[in-house]
Design a protein. Structure first.
Length: 131
């Protein structure tokens, strides 16, 4: 990989797919994708993130974000919520999604998750922060 950020839907999806390919080729533990800033109007303190490992997408969600994630999963029948963990000491839910698909389809899902679940505008900038 030669670049690690992108700010248009086409470039982000290409970046995510390339990172997934690099992850698979290197046999790395996971990749982590983050936006460069909080979404407008957010009262959260931490940036949302999405990790991908092997065939699993992981992400943390508030209750409202989890509802939106479930709606997004309805559009991806080949993806399945494998586990939803809500520890008492944490606010929100850690979602683990089984996603057996090609890098392009995975990249599209991740991009749509940032927009649909976390509320980012179409022109947000995303970074591959770990491979």
């Amino acid at each position: 990989m030669t670049r690690f950020d992108a700010d248009t839907p086409t470039e982000r999806r290409q970046l995510f797919a390339e990172a997934i390919d690099a992850h698979r080729e290197r046999g790395s533990e996971f990749i982590t994708i983050e936006p460069d800033e909080l979404p407008p109007g957010s009262d959260e303190e931490l940036l949302p993130w999405v990790q991908f490992s092997d065939t699993t997408i992981s992400m943390d969600c508030t209750d409202a974000e989890l509802d939106r994630l479930k709606g997004l999963l309805d559009e991806y029948p080949e993806f399945r919520a494998e586990s939803l963990e809500s520890p008492e000491e944490a606010e929100g839910t850690h979602a683990r999604i089984t996603a057996r698909s090609d890098p392009d389809r995975l990249a599209t899902f991740v991009d749509e998750a940032f927009q649909t679940v976390y509320g980012y505008a179409v022109d947000y900038t995303a970074w591959i922060v770990a491979i």
